[in-house]
Design a protein around this ligand. Sequence first.
Ligand code: ZN
Ligand code: ZN
Length: 369
Amino acid sequence: MTTIFEDRLHRSQNALAEQGVDALVLFPSPNLYYLTGFEEEPAERHLLAFVTPEDFAIVAPTMYAGQIMEETFIDHVDDWDDGEDPMAVVEDVLDRLDVSGGEVLLDDRMFALFSLDLQEALPEASFGLASEVLDDLRITKDETELEALREAGRISDEACVAVRELGADAVGLTEAELVEEIRAEIESRGGEGFSFDPIVGSGPHGAQPHYRHGDREIRAGEPVILDFGTRYDGYPGDQTRTVVFDGEPPAEFEEIHAVVHDALDAAVEAVEPGVTAGSIDDAARSVIEEAGYGEQFLHRTGHGLGLEVHEEPYIVSGNDTVLEPGMVHSIEPGIYLEGEYGARIEDIVVVTEDGCERLNDSPRTWEPL
Ligand code: ZN
Ligand code: ZN
């Protein structure tokens, strides 16, 4: 039985053949994991996988060889010991795979160090980015990936509800303390930590869309942006709710929150196969513009989600990528009043045959639960 990874490797080889690409060279990255199941942090030693339309090889330090063969379908590693010249091994592999020039695509995340080595080893080749081939494969999720994304969404939602239930008890906690509360809720539900550095933006901090968290104390009556997710089976969740833990929010906040909620719903309603990613941004943005807050919507409407928290398709004005069933992306409109507060609501959706499936479903209201 072939594994899901071998199947992906074969599909990538077919895509290389179809596009006339001679070789793909990967580095520890989500691309390498996607095709082999091998996960490792990028580092200074030469660890490079070579994919050609017909063949596959991996060059790695000897100390990784056993691990690679145990964790993946790969049954041979061209290894090198510390003190040896890894490029001599790379050159042998290039000879064996008959790669001497043509079109070679390098992992988008490859360090310049290795890119330059490969350019020197292949002076006749023309170079491009691996995403030219792999984005088209990775953008559509298979059922295994969707199951992991659903579970990550479910755990993230439950953790969000649990911290919102703190109500008045959250008042006086610092943003960083609330992050630890969220972490505990995630981990008690089997989540694999945070999928990205979480955002707890209280009051004026919420007006900075990419603020993370700090030592400011949460106060009664102020909006707090909760943007976080966990990972499950390697796949991330990502959701945002803007909440008031206790007391009365500023008068204009209720209206702003309602506009953001309407923008979210309008964009969700617009998602279906055959429409462009850009049109989803337009759907959210037009609601906010009509309400007079266009200038305060400071970012694109969303991003794709898969092995990476931000990937294709980007839900941004002018993106003519056509949505297809199995694509997964966020919808996260927001309005930000500098120096006062912000409001953002974010759900992840999967494009289906006739619309979309929402992967987040915790209450989108701001009131205490
Ligand atoms: Zn988010
Ligand atoms: Zn997001």
